[in-house]
Design a protein around this ligand. Structure first.
Ligand SMILES: O=P(O)(O)OP(=O)(O)OP(=O)(O)OC[C@H]1O[C@@H](n2cnc3c(O)ncnc32)[C@H](O)[C@@H]1O
Ligand SMILES: [Ca+2]
Length: 491
């Protein structure tokens, strides 16, 4: 007869049940542990108050990352109607008012419950730098009006200020390299070339440059555990609108009343106002005495001659450093690939010259033909392009090539390392993203500790351990198992 142990069945059942509960509990904990919480985004808004216009950018990033280190991307941009805020010096309230439509758009784009925690920044560049130099109380009034307008919105307003040229250059560089994911990986960085309406910036890392030769051109960063020694310079008055003023001002010196301009198409003719031309600190000291109030601006479309005119806006006469770009400004040896954005892109894209694998000589030949095309023909070919932009592409293209080759010393070879870009992975190239990343501490100095295992790794390991524990428990109960019924029974 089979011997019956009264503990057998209940003990086995209890232990089995505990084992199963333990496994379920362990696996559940492992699954929930460091599982991404439901997606929640954070937002930031930056207004780029440029000399020619203001643009609003909305950025978003996942909120669950520690220390705000989630990837930031641009979700929306809005171009403010009208001119830049510095053009409202005589009626500052209009500067504030001009921002309303884009701000209302931002109110709709950022989820309502995030409004109060969304930082809002306004950074002004060369237009306000010039106004501040010319008339600082007018620039203060513009800022007061802008501030009043922005504070009416439900965002977390963080202030409006003029960026230094250094900041503008450095943040443009941070943006380009962040969007290209070059900073986290410690890859070779890309230089940044920004051409605005009133200033232009060049920023790049050069290995044999330690910053000591010209400290004012040096910015050091520690980002994701890597040290960068960045060369950067902003040339005030060398944005394309101010250079055009300088070029015209120079040509009026040869005789007031009329300019025959090689940078404008044959057949182009406009009557322009001297007081408008000279209304900028970049040229005001050159205003001819007793000049008539208007002049005839006529084009004759000649690239080579235009290049000579443009070259005269640069001063190459003195350099107290080992090497200079122009105007006695230090520049180390050019290095690495470059991203060229804003007007570099607008102009070269219009001219179909963004492909830098085309040899520089061919680029110049194309521009020679373009500049020589009669103005009437150009207008017919581009009926949808704004006439003031259209009239200036020959000048702007010539300025870009002259700035790059004569100014910054790009050669036929290094020219091909430039990429004319507007966006990188969906976000606009420009200083705004870098500015926000910096102010929200979104780029850590040290590389963040990454978890030794991905989430799936934790789940698998805990499941295996739980299974082994279960097997161990079952095996440890072996002495209590009922004997095999095939054993011979002794009666
Ligand atoms: O950086 P600052 O100097 O303050 O100026 P900005 O920020 O206003 O300058 P942008 O890069 O917006 O534009 C640079 C220049 O390009 C001009 N621009 C903008 N869109 C253009 C287009 O489609 N074609 C030609 N030029 C354009 C604009 O009027 C400026 O003169
Ligand atoms: Ca700009």
């Amino acid at each position: 007869m089979k011997e019956k142990n009264p503990w057998h069945t209940p003990v086995t059942i209890i232990i089995t049940v505990i084992g199963v509960i333990a496994i379920v509990a362990l696996v559940t904990v492992a699954v929930l542990q460091n599982r991404p919480v439901p997606q929640k985004y954070k937002y930031g808004i930056v207004l780029d108050a440029g000399s020619s216009h203001t643009a609003l950018y909305i950025y978003q990033w996942r909120a669950e990352k520690d220390n705000n280190t989630g990837r930031v991307e641009q979700t929306h941009s809005c171009k403010v109607k009208g001119k830049g805020i510095s053009s409202y010096a005589s009626e500052p309230w209009r500067a504030g008012e001009s921002l309303t439509l884009c701000m209302q758009e931002a109110e709709k784009r950022v989820p309502h419950k995030r409004h109060h925690e969304t930082p809002l920044y306004l950074g002004a560049t060369a237009g306000m730098r010039l106004l501040n130099m010319e008339n600082s109380s007018a620039s203060d009034r513009v800022f007061q009006a802008v501030e009043r307008a922005l504070q009416k919105f439900p965002f977390s307003y963080q202030g409006a200020r003029i960026l230094s040229g250094q900041e503008e250059g450095a943040f443009g560089w941070v943006t380009v390299n962040y969007l290209d994911d070059r900073l986290t990986q410690g890859l070779e960085t890309t230089g940044a070339l920004d051409l605005g309406g009133a200033s232009t910036q060049i920023s790049f890392v050069s290995d044999n440059y330690d910053g000591s030769e010209s400290p004012s051109n040096s910015v050091t960063f520690r980002l994701y555990g890597n040290d960068y020694n960045l060369y950067t310079h902003s040339f005030l008055c060398y944005g394309k609108d101010q250079v055009l003023r300088m070029a015209l001002a120079q040509q009026t010196q040869s005789g007031p009343g009329a300019i025959l301009d090689p940078c404008f198409h044959p057949g182009y003719m406009e009557t322009k106002n001297y007081s408008v031309l000279y209304d900028s600190p970049c040229v005001s000291d050159r205003k001819p005495q007793g000049a008539p109030s208007i002049f005839n601006h006529t084009g004759n479309g000649n690239f080579r001659q235009c290049q000579e005119v443009v070259k005269r806006v640069f001063n190459f006469s003195s350099c107290k450093y080992s090497r200079c770009s122009f105007n006695g400004v230090f520049q180390p040896l050019l290095q690495g690939p470059f991203g060229a954005f804003s007007a570099y892109y607008f102009v070269m894209n219009f001219l179909n010259l963004t492909d830098t694998s085309i040899p520089l000589e061919s680029v110049m030949e194309k521009l020679t033909r373009y500049c020589a095309t009669p103005w009437e023909k150009i207008k017919l070919q581009h009926p949808n392009v704004k006439l003031n932009y259209l009239a200036e592409y020959c000048f702007s293209g010539t300025y870009i090539l002259t700035l790059l080759t004569e100014g910054y010393n790009f050669t036929s070879e290094s020219y091909s390392s430039i990429k004319f870009i507007k966006k990188i992975n969906g976000s606009d190239a420009g200083w705004t993203l870098g500015y926000m990343l910096n102010l929200t501490n979104m780029i850590p100095a040290e590389a963040p500790d990454s978890p030794p295992l991905p989430h799936a790794g934790y789940v698998s390991i805990v499941t295996i351990i739980a299974f082994l524990l279960f097997v161990l428990v079952i095996l440890s109960l072996r002495p209590l198992w009922p004997r095999c019924s095939k054993q011979p029974h002794i009666i």
